[in-house]
Design a protein around this ligand. Structure first.
Ligand SMILES: [Zn+2]
Length: 250
């Protein structure tokens, strides 16, 4: 029976049977791992805190017949402040679903892992979860090879974009006014939004909350990056509905 130990972050959990919990773990070496923690939902289980969603820990995994199993789990960080704040919880839920959909099994990546861990830590403490989340989105898109083209037209390559700039998910970046007429229904983007996205891409997570941005520009970049990622993923993530409901709650 093959056994290995890895650090990881729990992206999602699913209850099965009477007391078991199947965990999807993102690990730096092996990418996504699905493994069952037997009896994890029992009140006295040794797995109770280490197999919760967002938990960061060391996991010992053994290969099973149909599903791998978790034989040991050592919690390193639980991010309790995420669980205490509904807005942060909703952002974190969206980001773990994004990672779950964007990375495959067996596709580990130390940079993606470090970025997710850094995001969780900064999100726990920040007073600006919105900008921190957009920063994660643009950084992860860049690391995974989907960096949106922001400095020149994605169709004709023109660098001086003039007064009208649009975003084309299909082209993966901004397009000039002339090229925008080739596609129907493109959204206009402001220069301020493009500058903000560049600033978020360049800044370290810990320094993001120092960046100032007004409400309108924030909405613009959120829409842009989510349209971009949604097009690459070819689906709308379910966690976005929860996020929208939480953000727009009266
Ligand atoms: Zn153009």
């Amino acid at each position: 029976m093959a056994v290995f130990t890895t650090e990881g972050i729990i992206l999602k959990t699913q209850n099965i049977g009477e007391a078991d919990r199947v965990c999807t773990i993102y690990s730096p070496g092996k990418g996504k791992i699905r493994a069952v923690a037997k009896g994890a939902r029992r009140p006295k289980s040794r797995f109770i805190s280490s197999t919760q969603v967002f938990a960061y820990g060391d996991f010992q995994i053994f290969s099973g017949k149909s599903l791998d199993g978790i034989s040991q789990a050592q919690l390193k960080e639980a991010f309790p402040r995420l669980h205490d704040d509904l807005i942060k919880l909703a952002y974190a839920g969206y980001i773990v679903e994004l990672i779950d959909k964007m990375v495959g099994e067996g596709a580990g990546d130390q940079i993606v892992f470090n970025m997710l861990l850094a995001y969780m830590r900064v999100l726990s403490e920040t007073h600006d979860p919105q900008l921190v989340t957009v920063a994660f989105e643009i950084k992860i898109a860049t690391v995974l090879g989907y960096r949106p083209r922001l400095g020149s037209c994605s169709q004709c390559g023109k660098k001086r974009l003039g007064p009208g700039i649009f975003f084309s998910p299909e082209s993966g970046g901004v397009v000039c006014k002339e090229c925008s007429s080739n596609e129907f229904g493109l959204s206009r983007v402001s220069r301020g939004a493009l500058r903000l996205l560049e600033a978020l891409l360049m800044a370290e997570f810990a320094k993001i909350e120092r960046i100032k941005a007004n409400r309108e520009t924030r909405r613009e970049i959120e829409k842009l990056i989510r349209t971009h990622l949604g097009y690459r993923l070819n689906q709308r993530l379910r966690s976005l509905d929860f996020l929208d409901a939480v953000i727009n709650a009266p």
